[in-house]
Design a protein around this ligand. Structure first.
Ligand SMILES: Cc1cc2nc3c(=O)[nH]c(=O)nc-3n(C[C@H](O)[C@H](O)[C@H](O)COP(=O)(O)OP(=O)(O)OC[C@H]3O[C@@H](n4cnc5c(N)ncnc54)[C@H](O)[C@@H]3O)c2cc1C
Length: 395
């Protein structure tokens, strides 16, 4: 979304053919090449009774891309993916290959994870994996004002809770009034076979039907709060929950595009940030399709870290016109939301549009100046470049 993989006049190294993987069952370590997608990894692990410990909410992404943004998901009581990396092998700008881990080339390890490809090419990685488990879903539909208390009472600290997300109501005249909290608890019993989450066409029609339509948004919220719980299977496998592609909500029109945003704020900043979202988004008349909320534990591993403490993450999906005016409106609104996140003690996530000003970027990530100095130390000829580096890092 922000030119992180491309550079004008540059070459793109396509790692997709490199998909080999091997599980060390005695150590629960998966060694996997960086071009593998989660949709390759999950069936492989499923056949061996294992699952991915931390990944995004969809399976369409590559291992290398996931490490390079230091992704996170809705796995509960977990930090970002870096926390699950045992070691990786990196091809540097001079062609040398080095192993990086917490005790070997440790600085490079912390820079490459969440390093947006600027330090070299990740060849393969040793990832800690977890058991595939059977889960039951518990959902709570509550007014916004009760959502944190419900989360504290029913989810946080519960020993068997494994995956959690919340969704805010996006119906314009009831914006954020209600919240659905979905929590998956481990339960005993046979683990269901790997399959999709069910009804992909219906869920897609419902989702896309809410674009540009208040009626569609009403209908979708009613379905999600009232009908969907009845249709959903009662037991899930962990892998089944992770194994969904982005096609369920993909925008296939020519005139518009969907844009993701994500903001991390500490618990103390949540109320102020939601208040700001409620003012900023309608003021820009933005077409908001989705808000999911997740909890991310503190990141102990990466240099350019977004979770410098436990964070609440707000992921928002908007549709905008594919025009200069559409882009300009989105840029202005994004800058407003970034300012609100910084004021709430947090920051924006970096894989998306490069709408933050340089000043905002450096206030949100004060360690970034050093990060870019180290980039030039490890890659003095600036072989590895992208739009992100050009916008925020180049001198
Ligand atoms: C619909 C959608 C949903 C998303 N949901 C989530 C989510 O739930 N959680 C979350 O954290 N993020 C989420 N994201 C963001 C996503 O995690 C990142 O965009 C991620 O980088 C995508 O992986 P990719 O394989 O497409 O990477 P690419 O876009 O190909 O690459 C991303 C970055 O990684 C670098 N890179 C890729 N491979 C390598 C390699 N082998 N060595 C070195 N550098 C490399 C690229 O140069 C680039 O800078 C979402 C994005 C979309 C579009």
């Amino acid at each position: 979304m922000g030119g992180h993989t491309f550079y004008p006049g540059g070459l793109v190294v396509d790692m997709r053919p490199h998909v080999a993987m091997e599980l060390d069952e005695s150590r629960d370590i998966l060694r996997v090449q960086s071009g593998a997608l989660w949709s390759d990894v999950i069936p492989y692990l499923d056949a061996r009774g294992r699952s991915v410990a931390v990944m995004q909410s969809n399976n369409s992404f590559s291992v290398g891309g996931s490490l390079s943004v230091n992704c996170h998901g809705w796995q509960f009581d977990r930090g970002p993916i870096a926390s699950t990396v045992e070691s990786l092998r990196l091809m540097q700008a001079d062609g040398s290959i080095v192993r990086c881990a917490r005790t070997e080339n440790a600085e490079l390890f912390s820079l490459v994870l969440g390093g947006y490809g600027l330090f070299g090419i990740i060849l393969d990685v040793e990832l800690r994996v977890v058991e595939n488990e059977r889960y039951r879903l518990e959902q709570h539909v509550v007014p916004l004002a009760q959502s944190l208390a419900t989360f504290d009472r029913r989810v946080d600290g519960e020993p068997d809770v494994r995956m959690v997300y919340a969704r805010l109501c996006i119906v314009p005249d009831r914006l954020f009034d209600e919240v659905i909290i979905s929590a998956f608890f481990m339960e005993a019993g046979e683990v269901p076979e790997l399959s999709g989450r069910g009804l992909p066409d219906l869920r897609r029609a419902m989702f896309r039907g809410s674009v540009g339509s208040d009626y569609g948004k009403h209908l979708r919220w009613s379905a999600e709060t009232e009908i969907e719980p009845l249709l959903t299977d009662k037991s899930f496998s962990r892998n089944q929950l992770l194994n969904e592609g982005v096609a369920v909500f993909e925008n296939r029109t020519e005139g518009s595009t969907d844009v993701l945003h994500e903001y991390f704020v500490p618990r103390t900043g949540v109320v102020a940030f939601v208040k700001a979202m409620r003012e900023i988004i309608p003021a820009h008349d933005a077409d908001l399709l989705n808000v999911t909320v997740r909890s991310v534990n503190r990141d102990e591993d990466t240099f350019l870290r977004y979770a410098d403490q436990r964070m609440i993450a707000f992921v928002m999906l908007f549709t905008q016109a594919r025009t200069e005016a559409g882009e300009a409106d989105m840029r202005t609104m994004t800058r407003g939301l970034i300012e609100a996140a910084i004021a709430a003690g947090g920051r924006h996530y970096l894989p998306y549009r490069l709408h933050a000003t340089r000043d905002q970027f450096h206030r949100a990530y004060p360690q970034a100046r050093r990060f870019f100095e180290l980039k030039r130390h490890y890659d003095p000829n600036e072989l590895f470049r992208n739009g992100f580096y050009r916008t925020y890092g180049a001198e």
